[in-house]
Design a protein around this ligand. Sequence first.
Ligand code: ATP
Ligand code: MG
Ligand code: MG
Length: 555
Amino acid sequence: ETRPGLDFLRQTVKDDMDSGRFPPPVTTRFPPEPNGYLHIGHAKAICLDFGIAEEWQGKTNLRFDDTNPTKEDVEFVDSIKRDIHWLGFDWEDREFFASDYFEQLYQWAQQLISKGLAYVDSQSPEEISKNRGTPTQAGIESPYRTRTVEENLELFQDMRDGKFPDGSCVLRAKIDMAHPNLNMRDPVMYRIKHAHHHRTGDAWCIYPMYDWAHGQSDAIEGITHSMCTLEFENHRPLYNWYLEKLELPNPPRQIEFNRLNLTYTVLSKRKLLELVQKNIVEGWNDPRMPTISGIRRRGYPAGAIRAFVGAMGVSKTEGMVDLSALEYYVREELNRTARRVMVVLDPVKVVITNYPEGKTEQIDAENNPEDESAGWRTIPFSRELFIERADFMEAPPKKYFRLSPGKEVRLKHAYFITCQEVIKDARGIITELRCTYDPESRGGSSPDGRKVKGTLHWVSCQESVDARVRLYDNLFVKPDMGTLEEGKDYLDYLNPESLVEVTAKAEPCMTDAKAGEHYQFLRNGYFTADEIDHLPQDGTLVFNRTVTLKDSWAK
Ligand code: ATP
Ligand code: MG
Ligand code: MG
């Protein structure tokens, strides 16, 4: 039965459970390699692995695919766990490591040797690679392919016992050197690496290859549906071959889906690591990074990421998703949840000459028109205010509705003001705007019904607090970072303006902002108090621009 509205992953799971191919429960796994931080692409895999299992009251294992000791580290293990929890998923006590299965995998490899299905190859890595052949040309069988079972068992034990140096031999499956699928041409199962492993220490000097470890780990854990990205599609015959030759019960099913690719960024751990190592970004959690920890720090809510991943769906073709689609879901959530406040970036002083000196009045302002329960606050208003430098022009073009000489504008929640005089310093830089206000216009309209087009945000000088505001933009200037011009490297497309920091004056209530809290800065966008540098107890207020207000994505 094909149920409309089910994507092919969910349909396959349903068919398998309906037909009884697997005993319940549906069991999936998320299998990160702890060699970097998770990124937004991993969030898609996480939402599918955990989401589909949840729909069937099933289980999801977190399995660290730690089969490559030289690149892996506990720092990455810890960050991966934190990020999955933050996304809203929980593996409970089902936390596993492929390295826990090294002994079992070793014994299974011995079984394949005993069945004449694996052999120790003493060709050099270069010879092995060269003799693999090409898609149109069969490979060349290794001269060591005919070693006896006894010889292979002994050599494999010697490999394990550390009797050989790195690269001197490998264990290979004995399949078919003329197979049209290159993955089936006697794939390597083990290589020698005299390297310290972050969990097994120096217990092993041979390490299993991904294809050998993965399906068998799935089988050990009773995984029913092993979902992965499309690049593993032509590994599936090998995945199935190992399971079949070991005659394991209820062999798991591998299903492939398309990777998430996003414009203006790269989603490759190797490249993200390079950005970190070359100090191009502040670290894995730099708010410009597409890592989960980066976008969290930037201010993207977990719910928005889940909504985005769900809306994009899955398919069998690789494509590129526009970053504005992700931003749409971020705005949608923050519009509902973020408190509105006034923060003046790059401020210039306004003096209201007809407002009494020394007087401060309290003006009521709604915290979030989208959420009544967010309540109201008061904002001080006085004779000396700050507005944004960009909200004033001495010689404005037509249709400029902000402040200019002789022009009247509305100050949000407060009064109409008219600019009477511009004061400059010796270098010609504006230091002060002298304005008058209309005392009748409190609340934003005047009794005579006078039309005022522009509305500006502002803060009172005396009560305002200093803040540092980071205006983040895309890390790269090119939308499709997957196809570069000839001779160019991805680092040639770095955006020199991906981070601009400005000073700002904020409403006094912002001294209460807690790290990680989201705000809408009126007219400027959504901002989040930085999870590291924002230290209100020391009077240091630091906000990251999460996303601008403008929405350019056509849904
Ligand atoms: P990279 O290719 O950048 O090294 P990876 O795919 O090797 O990353 P893993 O830790 O092996 O990273 O990935 C864990 C899981 O996340 C895998 O099942 C993988 O298929 C999935 N995954 C990785 N990148 C994406 C992506 N861009 N979109 C969807 N799923 C992804
Ligand atoms: Mg990997
Ligand atoms: Mg990969």
